[in-house]
Write a protein that binds this ligand. Sequence first.
Ligand SMILES: [Zn+2]
Length: 158
Amino acid sequence: MLLTPHTLVGIAVASVIKNPAIAFPVSIGMHYLGDLVPHWDFFSNTNEEERVSGWRPLAVAGELSLAVAAGTASVLYALWLANDPALAFRMLICGIGGVIPDLLSGLTMYLKNMNGFMKINNQIQSKLQFQAPLPWGILTQVLVSFFSVLVILGSTAR
Ligand SMILES: [Zn+2]
């Protein structure tokens, strides 16, 4: 799944679970569940070589900026509109938690040596990816993102 919906799911977890020590690991776990949603991303049906060359790394970097923007907007929303610094903190760590598995996998594409945890993460990720063709593979992610925003607003707006 793309990084922006993963981030929004993590932030939705932060909105619902008040204890950061629970919310953070749950946000990481939700990443793996998110990848079970049929989706299309820049690495769909590609080999290792295609993933690190051509336009794909640029597209990933561009989409990462969108995810960071969504995360930043959420933290500012928590601080200024919801007036809840604890929520802002949870959104920050859970927004990052929601993409940690992909950040690790992304790193391993450029690393020669992986540690055990990175290998396990990559194996789980490649098993759980559920691909869907365009445009459906994007539509599912728009729905996940939309639902996440509803959860965020529904549980934090005053
Ligand atoms: Zn993933």
